[in-house]
Design a protein around this ligand. Structure first.
Ligand code: 26W
Length: 824
C-alpha cells in the first residue's frame, strides 16, 4: 500500500519498522521501552519514509538542473518535526494505529520531542514556514543555516519574578531528523594576511590565520501532499584535522586542545538577541563561517552542471534573510576575483544578479554595523573588497548627485566615527538585485527612511514588498485538528486541497449565518481553551477559568512591542474591579490574560517587565474579590510548541506595537487563522489583516505612523507630566510605585521609561487602548456576533498563507519554476 506521497502506508509494516528500529538503531527491547525510546523509534521509522522521497527529489533536481534558490538564514525556528512529518506524509492515522498496537499513544510520543529552537522569534519562524511552503509547492529551494549545539535559552522564572536563562542542549537525546554528511565539508579561513597582487584587477592572495572545518548536517523538509522533500543544510564547525599538530609535537597538549575548542565554539550557541547588535567577535565569525561554507557548497553544485561561471545567476538565486548573511556579497566577490580570476566589473555583474535582500526591521538599534578594525582583523581580504566596492559605488553616486557630500556620507558603506563601522544594510542593498520589506507599511517605511537615498539612486523598481505569511499546515491543521476537520467537512473539500489553496476558506463566509455551524465552531474554541487549561494545570499547577475570555500576548519581550501597555491595562482593569460593588462586578466580562515571551538576557527593562507581570499576577490571582473576573498568567519558556497550544485557544490576541515599529508580525496571522480576533495598532501586517477580514472584525486603536515622530519630539522638548497627559495611566503608575505589587522601588526604572521620554508613546495611546479593550468586552458579550466575527476572520485569511508569499518570491524575485517529483 503506497500512498500518494509514495510512502508505505500499511499499518503492519509500520509497526514492523518501528520495532526494527527499537532493536537495531536503539539496541533495546520492545517489551521494556519508555515513551522516549518509542518516540525515537517512531521518528526513525518516519525518517526512513522521508528519506526515500528526499533522495528522489534531490536526484530529480540534479537531472532537471533547474534554477535553484537558497534561503540563507542565521535562524530556523523549526519546533517539533514528528507530527508535521506525519501530516505532510499523510501517515498520521496509520502511525496512530501502529503505535497503539505497540501499547503506546501517539499523543504521548509527540510530547517527547524537543523543539528545534534555532531562532529567536519572527525572523526564524518565518524561515521555517518558508521551507514548508517551498517544498509543498515543489520549488527547488534549500535552506542554509548553522547547527547550533545550544538553541535559544530555556527561560526559568524565579519566585521573585526574574527571568533566568538555562542552556538548551537540544541535541542531548540524539536528533533523528538530521543526516550527518561528514563527506560534505569545507575549510573556512579567519585572520591572516591579504596581499593585493601588483598586476591588479582588484585581485589578492589571502593566507595564514586559522582554518576551521565546516561539516554539513541535512534536515529533510517534506512538502504537503507531494513527494517533493527539500533540504535544510546546517553547518557545524570543527577543528581542521591535524590542525595544530605543531602544538602537540611541542608538548603543548593543552594549547592544541584549546585551539580545537575555539573552532568548535563557532557553532556552539545561538545569540539570543533580537533587535540589538553587540559587535561580538564570535558572532561575526559565525556569520562568515556560515556564508563561506554555504557559498562554497552552492558553487560546487553549480560547477557540477558544467556551465560557465557567467551563467551563475541563471541557475542560482540567494535570498539574504536580513543583513546577517551579507558577508556572502564580498565573499562571492573574493571567489570570483581571487579564485576564478574574473575582472571586477564582470564579477560585480554576477554578484548583483544573484543576491536578494529582505529587511525585517527599521529600528535603528537593529541595523547591523561591524567595527572596521574587527573586520580587518578577522577578514582582511573582505575588508579590502568592501573598500573597493565602496569607492566605486561612491564615485557613481557623486556622478549622479555632484557635490552632495552629505549624501555620500549617508550612503557610504563606512560610517565615520571611533571606530569606523561597516554598514551591513547599505552593503546588502547595493549588492543585491532586489530588496523587499515584509508588509506593505514596512516596505514603504524602508523606502522612505533607512534606504531612501538608495531608492533615489537606483530607482524604485529595485524595491518591493512581500507580505509575510505562515504555513497553514502547522498553524491550522496541526495545531487545531478539530477546526481543520470542521472546515473540510463544511466546505466538502479535502484538506489537502484547501491547505494548499487557502483562499478556499472564503467558502466559510456563508456558514457564519448558520446557527448549527456557529455552535460547532464555538465548541471547538471552547475545547481548545480546555486543552490549554489542562496543559497549564499539568505543567504549572494552576487552575484556569475556562469560562472567561482568553486574551493572549505572546512574543519576544521588547519595549516597542509594548507588553507594558498590556500589563498597565491589566492593572487599570484590576483597580476598576476593586472599586466596584459585587453587583457591578457581576456584569463584567470575565477575562484571563496570558503572557509568554523571552527577554534578551542583557535587556534590563524587558526583564523588569516580566518581573512586573509575574508580581501583578501573584497579587490579582490571589484577590478573592476579583479573581473570578480577572486573572493573569505569565507562561515561562515560550516556544513553537507552546504557541501551538496557546494560539487555537485565544479569543483575542494583542499586537500593540507603537505604529511604524513592528515590521509585520506573523503571530497576528496565526491567531486570526484560528478564529481569534485581534486588538492592535495600525501597524505591520495588522493593516493588511484588517483589509482582508474587514475593519469591523478587528479592534484598532492608537496613533498612526505619521504622528509618531512629532509625538516623540513633544515628549522630549515639551514634556507634559503623565498626571496631566493621562490621569488614568498616572493612577496605575502611582499604584505600582506605591507598592501594590511588592516593593515599588524595584519598578522605578521601568515606570520612568514612561514618565520620562516615553519613546514608545505609552502615554499617548493608553486611553485609546483602554477604550478598545472595552469594545472587545462589549463585542464578546454578544456571543453570537462574536462567533460570526471569528468565522469571518478565519474565512478571509487566505492571503496570509506562506505559499502565497513564497510564490511571490519565486516569481517576482528568484525567477523559479516548480519541479514536481514523479510527474514527468
Ligand atoms: C543583530 C541583532 C538582530 C537579530 C535579529 C537584529 C534583528 C533581528 C531580526 C531582524 C528581528 C526579527 O525577528 N524581526 C521580525 O521579523 C519578522 C519576520 O519578518 C517580522 O514579522 C517582525 O515584525 C520583525 O520584528
Amino acid at each position: 500500500k503506497t500512498n500518494m506521497r509514495g510512502v508505505d502506508a500499511d499499518v503492519g509494516n509500520i509497526t514492523k519498522s518501528v520495532v526494527n528500529h527499537v532493536q537495531t538503531s536503539l539496541a533495546r527491547q520492545a517489551y521494556n521501552l519508555d515513551n522516549l525510546g518509542a518516540y525515537q523509534a517512531a521518528a526513525l521509522s518516519v525518517r526512513d519514509n522521508m528519506l526515500v522521497n528526499w533522495n528522489e527529489t534531490q536526484l530529480h533536481y540534479t537531472r532537471k538542473a533547474p534554477k535553484r534558490a537558497y534561503y540563507l538564514s542565521l535562524e530556523f525556528l523549526m519546533g517539533r518535526t514528528l507530527d508535521n512529518a506525519l501530516l505532510n506524509l499523510d501517515l498520521k492515522s496509520q502511525y496512530k494505529d501502529g503505535i497503539n498496537q505497540l501499547g503506546f499513544s501517539l499523543e504521548d510520543l509527540l510530547e517527547e520531542e524537543r523543539d528545534a529552537a534555532l531562532g529567536n522569534g519572527g525572523l526564524g519562524r518565518l524561515a521555517a514556514c518558508y521551507l514548508d511552503s517551498s517544498a509543498s509547492q515543489d520549488l527547488p529551494v534549500w535552506g542554509y543555516g548553522l547547527r547550533y549545539k545550544y538553541g535559544i535559552f530555556q527561560q526559568l522564572i524565579s519566585p521573585e519574578g526574574n527571568q533566568l536563562e538555562a542552556p538548551d542542549p537540544w541535541l542531548d537525546n540524539q536528533n533523528p531528523w538530521e543526516l550527518p554528511r561528514i563527506d560534505v565539508n569545507y575549510e573556512v579561513r579567519f585572520y591572516g594576511q591579504s596581499e593585493r597582487l601588483p598586476e591588479g584587477h582588484g585581485r589578492a592572495i589571502w593566507t595564514g590565520g586559522q582554518e576551521v572545518l565546516a561539516v554539513a548536517y541535512d534536515v529533510m523538509i517534506p512538502g504537503c501532499h507531494t513527494r517533493n522533500t527539500n533540504n535544510l543544510r546546517l553547518w557545524e564547525s570543527k577543528p581542521k584535522r591535524g590542525f595544530d599538530l605543531n602544538s602537540f609535537n611541542a608538548g603543548n597538549y593543552e594549547g592544541a586542545v584549546e585551539s580545537s575548542n575555539s573552532a568548535a565554539a563557532i557553532t556552539s550557541v545561538l545569540y539570543p538577541n533580537d533587535h540589538t547588535t553587540f559587535g561580538k567577535e564570535l558572532r561575526l565569525k559565525q556569520q562568515y563561517f556560515w556564508t563561506a561554507a554555504s557559498l562554497a557548497d552552492i558553487i560546487r553544485r553549480f560547477k557540477n552542471l558544467g556551465k560557465s561561471i557567467n551563467e551563475f545567476p541563471d541557475y542560482v538565486a540567494i535570498q539574504l534573510n536580513d543583513t546577517h548573511p551579507t558577508l556572502a556579497i564580498p565573499e562571492l566577490m573574493r571567489i570570483l576575483l581571487d579564485e576564478e580570476d574574473l575582472d571586477w566589473n564582470f564579477a560585480w555583474q554576477i554578484v548583483t544578479n544573484v543576491f536578494f535582500f529582505t529587511n525585517h526591521t527599521v529600528l535603528p538599534e537593529a541595523l547591523e554595523k561591524w567595527p572596521v578594525p574587527l573586520m580587518e582583523h578577522i577578514l582582511p581580504r573582505h575588508m579590502q573588497i568592501i573598500y573597493d566596492i565602496n569607492m566605486i559605488f561612491l564615485q557613481a553616486v557623486e556622478k549622479k548627485f555632484p557635490g552632495d557630500r552629505e549624501r555620500l556620507a549617508r550612503m557610504s558603506l563606512i560610517e565615520e566615527g571611533f571606530p569606523k563601522q561597516v554598514r551591513m544594510a547599505n552593503l546588502a542593498c547595493i549588492g543585491s538585485r532586489r530588496i523587499n520589506g515584509v508588509a506593505e507599511l514596512h516596505s514603504q517605511l524602508v523606502q522612505t527612511t533607512i534606504l531612501k537615498d538608495f531608492v533615489e539612486f537606483f530607482g524604485v523598481s529595485k524595491f518591493g514588498n512581500v507580505t509575510n505569511g505562515i504555513t497553514p499546515r502547522r498553524w491550522l491543521d496541526q495545531c487545531n485538528p478539530e477546526l481543520s476537520k470542521l472546515i473540510s467537512s463544511t466546505l466538502k473539500i479535502d484538506k489537502s486541497v484547501w491547505l494548499k489553496d487557502l483562499y478556499k476558506l472564503k467558502g466559510l463566509v456563508k456558514f457564519a449565518e448558520d446557527k448549527g455551524f456557529r455552535a460547532e465552531w464555538a465548541a471547538i474554541k471552547q475545547r481548545n481553551k480546555e486543552r490549554l487549561a489542562h496543559h497549564i494545570e499539568t505543567t504549572l499547577g494552576f487552575t484556569v477559568n475556562t469560562n472567561a475570555m482568553f486574551d493572549v500576548q505572546i512574543k519576544r519581550l521588547h519595549e516597542y512591542k509594548r507588553q507594558t501597555l498590556n500589563i498597565l491595562g491589566v492593572v487599570h482593569r484590576y483597580l476598576e474591579l476593586k472599586a466596584m460593588t459585587p453587583a457591578q462586578r457581576k456584569k463584567i466580562n470575565p477575562k484571563v490574560v496570558f503572557f509568554a515571551g523571552k527577554a534578551a538576557p542583557a535587556y534590563y527593562i524587558a526583564k523588569l517587565t516580566i518581573r512586573l507581570i509575574v508580581n501583578v499576577a501573584r497579587v490579582i490571582n490571589a484577590d478573592p474579590e476579583t479573581k473570578d473576573y480577572l486573572s493573569l498568567y505569565f507562561l515561562p519558556d515560550y516556544s513553537v510548541s507552546l504557541a501551538e497550544v496557546l494560539i487555537p485557544a485565544s479569543d483575542i490576541s494583542q499586537h500593540i506595537s507603537t505604529a511604524g515599529t513592528e515590521a509585520s508580525g506573523t503571530s497576528n496571522m496565526k491567531f486570526c487563522l484560528n478564529g481569534g480576533l485581534l486588538v492592535g495598532t495600525v501597524d505591520g501586517a495588522n493593516i493588511e489583516i484588517a483589509e482582508e477580514v474587514g475593519e469591523e472584525n478587528v479592534f484598532f486603536f492608537g496613533h498612526l505612523t505619521p504622528a509618531v515622530e512629532d509625538l516623540r519630539y513633544q515628549h522630549v522638548y515639551h514634556p507634559v507630566p503623565v498626571d496631566e497627559a493621562c490621569p488614568a495611566l498616572a493612577n496605575v503608575l502611582n499604584q505600582i510605585s506605591g507598592g501594590l505589587f511588592g516593593d515599588g522601588g524595584v519598578y522605578e526604572p521601568l515606570v520612568n521609561t514612561i514618565r520620562q521620554g516615553d519613546y514608545y508613546l505609552v502615554t499617548d495611546d493608553f486611553d485609546s487602548y483602554i477604550r478598545a479593550l472595552a469594545m472587545v468586552d462589549d463585542a464578546y458579550m454578544d456571543r453570537d456576533e462574536w462567533v460570526k466575527k471569528s468565522i469571518n476572520t478565519t474565512a478571509n485569511m487566505g492571503k496570509f498563507s506562506s505559499d502565497r508569499a513564497i510564490m511571490d518570491y519565486a516569481q517576482e524575485y528568484w525567477n523559479l519554476e516548480p519541479i514536481p517529483v514523479g510527474k514527468d
